[in-house]
Design a protein around this ligand. Structure first.
Ligand SMILES: N[C@@H](CCC(=O)N[C@@H](CS)C(=O)NCC(=O)O)C(=O)O
Length: 254
């Protein structure tokens, strides 16, 4: 479990559930949806990624990668969105977002979503829509470089720093990974309402935000008819409206 001992000790005094999150962040959408599905109250600490609110000493003292989301539960700091949603479902009452009979398969979907974030989701989203919006000034670049210790993230952000572009190889790789994953999702949804069957689970919650954000980046889902049907179903859920649409109605307008 990704529990962190923060160097910014202020959060250790927090009572209840506090979420550091971003409106446009697909990883934050997962956690907001889970909180809504479970009917849990939480205190919002919104960070505007376009204003680089996450790049500060204070925030790196809470999340050492400088990423959203971060959940603080009665002073205990949790990072990694897919682990946070698993933790919330395990720990809190409210509707169960898993079933014992397919839990292992469901957790594999969470792990897959986590594993494609840096090699596929981030390059696709940044290269199609976001890089220009989060361009750092020279001062912000220096600040980021001194705060960020995670080499994978440093390397990723260097690829679009100062107006640089991702290589064709990076983009081709991202598209290949996404195509493989969405083909797998398409096959999984054959004849089913939700990814695990009749029950809406954390697997759906993990993948719904990817669909929402990638549609906004122009990802071609037209040929994935099961995914398109699944999207029409999750768009009806209150957790999608509250956890996703309320914060980010249309990613293409970000
Ligand atoms: N593996 C992390 C990834 C979190 C992540 O990359 N968050 C993005 C928004 S979805 C972010 O904070 N981006 C800002 C940055 O890269 O500096 C998780 O699942 O929580």
């Amino acid at each position: 479990m990704a529990v962190i001992v923060p160097t910014n000790k202020s959060v250790e005094a927090f009572e209840g559930l506090h979420l550091y999150h971003g409106d446009i962040s697909n990883c934050s959408m997962r956690v907001r949806m889970t909180l809504e599905e479970k009917g849990l109250s939480w205190t919002s600490h919104h960070l505007d990624l376009k204003k680089k609110d996450n790049i500060s000493d204070d925030y790196f003292g809470i999340n050492p990668n400088g990423l959203v989301p971060t959940l603080v539960d009665n002073g205990v700091v949790h990072i990694e969105s897919n682990e946070i949603i698993d933790y919330l479902d395990e720990t809190y009452p409210g509707p169960k977002l898993r079933s014992a009979e397919n839990e292992a398969e469901m957790l594999e979907w969470l792990s897959l979503a986590g594993s494609i974030h840096v090699p596929a989701v981030k390059p696709y989203v940044y290269s199609t829509r976001i890089a220009k919006k989060v361009q750092k000034t020279q001062e912000e670049e220096q600040m980021y470089d001194s705060l960020q210790q995670n080499q994978e993230l440093k390397t990723f952000h260097k690829k679009h720093a100062g107006g640089a572009s991702f290589s064709e190889a990076d983009i081709a790789k991202a598209k290949e990974i996404l195509h493989d994953c969405f083909s797998k999702l398409e096959a999984t949804l054959e004849g089913k309402t939700w990814m695990m069957g009749d029950q809406f689970t954390l697997a759906d919650i993990s993948w719904v935000p990817l669909y929402h954000v990638l549609v906004g980046c122009g990802y071609p889902f037209e040929d994935f008819t099961n995914i398109t049907r699944w999207a029409a179903s999750f768009q009806e859920r209150r957790s999608f409206q509250e956890g996703v649409l309320k914060w980010c109605p249309d990613f293409s307008k970000v």
